[in-house]
Design a protein around this ligand. Structure first.
Ligand SMILES: [Mg+2]
Length: 370
């Protein structure tokens, strides 16, 4: 049985495809390879915007979100390519499938970027560095595209790390280097620090993480408001934000097949307690509460039954889940049975607080065609 505790240091990977739309276009159209291209709106007409520029175009200063007119001024030979979102979505689905070989804790930020929590990876590889390298390789082999990966113990540092050695980058910032890394980080790299805040910080003589670290939490709050508390934490490498899968999880559980069939109620209850512990750990990691507890029993003759009980309020606590499973078990008159497998599943989840990334993507797509 897997054992994991709520306080385990997390292993977080941030994967970001390199110049995503432009790379897909260069992959699919040999005439674009090695050339400066900009996927996005045309420079004629009003409001055309560059969605993604190829690395060849970036050398001329062409950037995402720049007006296509300006991009053409910077790079007269720039080739403008109309986006093919269906192609990008297909690639995106494929990379998510690659991610899902390692974990179900995937939080997509856009079509080409996601956080993965691989603290308990499905293949029991154990090393986030190894998993990130395998993912990069799979993306190369199966999609003929490159991605950059950042590996750390939290989302904030993993995301910064993935951006450090683009393209085809890989950066690991482990627990022993996180403090010095954060101290050397320029303030504009801090989450939520926009241009205005960065200017304000510089006027105050705050240029790097080390400068921010000298201020107390109270000082940071009084200068920058609520977000000051976040700066105080993050400059110390603390970021407890969880990787939250968008996809609505339908059920979550754990089960165990026993080397020897269980024949006494005492043994069965002891196993339910172990399984319950795993279920609760997972529920807490996913920040889920369910209203239905399901008990699965497989007998020595492979006959299988399930029994469930629903509550009118969501639960995720060990005591309730295990007691419910035990009562369901007793209801099946297990005393004269030989049981080879027991499982507990929680379902009927409470509405999750989902990000609106998909909505944001749709807005971006519309504005590109203006
Ligand atoms: Mg990208």
């Amino acid at each position: 049985m897997e054992s994991s505790s709520h306080t385990t240091q997390r292993k977080i990977i941030h994967i970001d495809m390199d110049a995503f739309y432009a790379s897909v276009e260069q992959r699919d159209n040999p005439i674009y390879r090695g050339k400066p291209i900009a996927v996005g709106g045309s420079p004629e007409g009003r409001g055309g915007v560059v969605a993604t520029a190829s690395y060849e175009a970036r050398k001329f200063g062409v950037r995402s979100a720049m007006s296509s007119k300006r991009a053409q001024q910077l790079c007269p030979q720039l080739i403008f390519v109309r986006p093919r979102f269906d192609a990008y979505k297909a690639v995106s689905a494929h990379i998510r499938e690659i991610f899902s070989r390692y974990t179900d804790l995937i939080e997509p930020l856009s079509l080409d970027e996601a956080y993965l929590d691989v603290t308990d990876d499905k293949l029991q590889i154990g090393s986030a560095i190894e998993i990130a390298k395998q993912i990069k390789q799979a993306i190369k082999d199966e999609l003929n595209l490159t991605a950059s990966a950042g590996v750390s113990i939290n989302k904030f540092v993993a995301k910064i790390a993935s951006d450090l050695n683009k393209p085809d980058g890989f950066t690991f910032i482990g627990p022993s280097t996180i403090a010095s890394f954060m101290e050397s980080l320029p303030v504009e790299k801090f989450h939520g620090v926009g241009k205005v805040t960065a200017e304000k910080m510089k006027k105050m003589g705050l240029f790097t993480g080390a400068d921010l670290k000298r201020l107390s939490e109270q000082e940071l709050k009084s200068y920058f408001g609520k977000v000051g508390a976040f700066y105080y934490q993050i400059v110390r490498g603390i970021d407890d934000r969880r990787v939250q899968p968008h996809r609505e999880t339908k059920s979550l559980g754990a089960e165990d097949t026993f080397p020897v069939d269980l024949t006494t109620l005492e043994e069965m209850e002891a196993e339910l307690e172990k399984i319950g512990k795993t279920v609760v750990t997972r529920l807490q990691r996913y920040e889920l509460k369910g209203r239905t507890v399901t008990l699965k029993i497989k007998y020595s003759d492979f006959r299988q039954i399930t029994r469930n009980q629903s509550f009118n309020f969501p639960i995720n606590d060990y005591e309730t889940i295990v007691q419910t499973a035990k009562q369901l078990l007793i209801g099946t008159q297990p005393e004269d049975q030989k049981i080879r497998l027991l499982g507990i599943t929680l379902s009927n989840f409470h509405e999750l607080n989902l990000n609106d990334t998909d909505k944001a993507n749709q807005v971006t797509q519309l504005s590109l065609f203006d």
